[in-house]
Design a protein around this ligand. Sequence first.
Ligand code: ZN
Ligand code: ZN
Length: 289
Amino acid sequence: MNVQIGFHVSIAGGLQNAVDNASKIGCNAFQIFTRNPRGWAEKVLNARDVQMFKLKLRHSGINSDAVAVHMPYLPNLSAPTGELYKKSIDSLISELHRCFQLEIPNLVVHLGSHLGSGPQNGIDQLVNSVNTATDHSKSSRRKNGKVIILLENSAGQKNSIGSKLEDIKSILDKISSKNVGICMDTCHAFAAGYDLRSEKKNDDFVDKFDSIIGLEKLRLIHLNDSEKELGSHIDRHEHIGLGKIGVKGMSAILKNRKLKGKPIIMETKEDSVRNNLDNLRVALELANS
Ligand SMILES: [Zn+2]
Ligand SMILES: [Zn+2]
């Protein structure tokens, strides 16, 4: 398979299990949380787990460029100044540190919510939080190489930051570190109003992305179909091809020449309809059709 594709996988029982969870169904890309994503509490990573993870990843044959950490859910990097904002920056610093430890070069961050303080204020807070965290990690970077913060486009839910390509561009321009890129989620883009349902619409979107942001900034694709309609601003992932983007749209994304070589992560649920292996089979069929 010439495409780098996989899933968000569980770390239950230890971080190193994520590598097996990805490998056993044939993924050559994967994403993890380094800890419980629904709480603030975090334990320092155990040195042995870190060692095991790196060893397993090396032996798996999976290219580390196709491995990503996703930030936990509670931090809000666009929040107004206060306790939540401070904890959110600390959390970003901590996840960056964990990426350096695990030698995972991609950290996906949600752009957060301005909580009613206004989009411009939210953007300023977000830029400040990323600048603060990257400044803080300068010495780790010198020692341990690169970790790129990947800003993920949002579905445009109420008060959210970063659903429009122009907004993401203006955020990128204000961040001082060069170690920042984009993770593009197809479900979020569709929910934000970017039509992806045909080859033509897809080409238009990718060209627009290229002219506004630049495709070289795109380091990761979250390939998710959407349960909700175009422009719904609701973030609900659907199995590949079974949602409103549909088979034609998903296939067009997978076959788009300009996206070739970009690692792909699916964040689809596992239920009575499909599990990860089923979605992987469908995606590979579409990619090779
Ligand atoms: Zn996503
Ligand atoms: Zn989502």
